[in-house]
Design a protein around this ligand. Structure first.
Ligand code: ZN
Length: 432
């Protein structure tokens, strides 16, 4: 596999010639150029959030290729296509945004900022794409500003409707946008952590152009590809996450659809995210210094050079070896290890490294919907957080490293029995 990462024109590339071009060189999801370069090949992996109920743990389990490619024309990093027999993401999988208190606080502050910056009032319209259970729109509604949510997952949309938040149960794209625009266009059109999750990025952004009022503002938040590379966050690659976005590439996608980016904020969420500000291409607002500076920084980091992306794949392979060495050393020294968290990034890490119950006795998660399940692929049991106090593991491996400070505070009692924390930051190590 290393050869594929190192150079597609050598031996591995020759082997690929026997396969159809659509498999070896699929078209870029944005610009259609053939994809020839591997960014990170994480092998075969189950769908990350597809936790398995204990009673089904003996059944056959689907695995799919998990390989991120980069386009040498537009530099969009994207998952290679994978074939499925049935819908990949379970309808009953409910990620209720309202569960996380730190995320709700982030949203409340955003709402205040936007109301002030854009002068939103009772005659304005806010539209959110992937509005989930109304976790964010509730704050605009409380401020007396008309809102509309678009949410494809029925059970989360129903929770929003029960809170009195108008919500359409639909996927976003040009077709939905035309129906929405007949009733109201948006003064503020927003989407948090959704752009990276859509398979058809062109249709999604085309819809934003249609639904945006003249003079209106788009804000979108997504994890920043520059941070993924700099901080080695390859465990944020998983099947629901089709695109890995830089400011430069998203700017190109927007421009292709008559929109442009005029400002950006860098946020600490999800290990380093961007909040981009977009408008119609003929909007008079000038590009901010922050936007110019970030474009320059991305260029200086090599994001406009395909070699930067190809080099990354080799780092991922080396990191796997280091993670396994770390875990093997802990086990050989007689330590028991428990995981904390049953989220997507932990599954990518454990499956890619092949670390199952031979390393982690169990993991835990505060979300009761995840308990009484096992992690996909590795079949590590998911227990409630109280299991840590009962079983007193020597090491707690925090899988969602982006909230490790919060978790270390919650579980500080493990020090009573000499327990220690481990997390990636960015390399996996014991934390002081
Ligand atoms: Zn492309």
């Amino acid at each position: 596999m290393a050869l594929v990462v190192a150079d597609t024109t050598t031996a591995a590339g020759a082997a690929d010639e026997a396969r159809p071009a659509a498999v070896t060189r699929p078209p870029c999801r944005f610009c259609g150029a053939p994809l020839e370069h591997v960014f990170a090949d994480l092998g075969m992996s189950p769908v990350a959030n597809d936790n398995v109920p204990i009673e089904h743990a003996n059944a056959m389990e689907p695995f799919f290729p998990l390989c991120a490619l980069v386009c040498s024309q537009c530099f969009l990093v994207q998952l290679a296509p994978f074939e499925t027999q049935k819908p990949l993401f379970r309808e009953d999988y409910a990620y209720f945004s309202s569960y996380s208190s730190s995320w709700l606080e982030h949203c409340r502050r955003y709402t205040e900022q936007m109301i002030e910056r854009l002068g939103l009032e009772a005659s304005s319209q806010v539209i959110e794409l992937a509005s989930n259970d109304g976790y964010l729109l509730q704050y605009f509604k409380q401020a007396g500003i008309p809102v509309l949510g678009i949410e494809p997952t029925d059970n989360t949309a129903q929770v929003a409707l029960e809170k009195g938040i108008p919500t359409r149960v639909e996927f976003w794209g040009a077709q939905t946008a035309r129906a929405v625009a007949e009733e109201a266009q948006a003064d503020l059109l927003l989407g948090n952590n959704v752009l990276a999750h859509v398979p058809d990025i062109n249709d999604f952004v085309a819809g934003m152009k249609i639904a945006l009022k003249a003079g209106g503002t788009i804000t979108i938040e997504f994890p920043h590809l520059l941070k993924l590379i700099e901080l080695n966050q390859w465990d944020t690659i998983y099947h629901e996450h089709y695109s890995y976005l830089s400011f430069g590439t998203v700017g190109r996608v927007f421009e292709a659809h008559g929109l442009r980016l005029f400002d950006v904020q860098e946020l600490p969420t999800h290990g380093g995210s961007l909040r981009i500000f977009g408008c119609h291409e003929d909007d008079p607002r000038e590009r901010s210094d922050a936007a110019r500076e970030l474009l320059e920084r991305e260029r200086a980091a090599g994001l406009e050079d395909v070699q930067t992306y190809r080099d990354y794949g080799a780092r991922v392979i080396e990191d796997k070896r280091e993670i396994l060495t770390f875990l093997i050393d802990l086990k050989r020294a007689g330590n028991s290890i428990a995981g904390y968290g049953a989220a997507a990034k932990g599954n990518t890490l454990l499956n890619y490294c092949g670390a199952g119950r031979d390393f982690l006795d169990f993991t835990c998660d505060a979300n009761p919907h995840k308990q009484h399940h096992v992690l996909p692929g590795t079949h590590i049991p998911i227990l409630g957080p109280e299991a840590i106090r009962e079983r007193r593991p020597d090491v707690v491996l925090i899988l969602p490293w982006n909230i490790k400070d919060e978790i270390m505070q919650q579980l500080s009692y493990i020090r009573e029995w000499g327990g220690r924390f481990a997390a990636r930051s960015p390399e996996l190590r014991l934390l002081p």
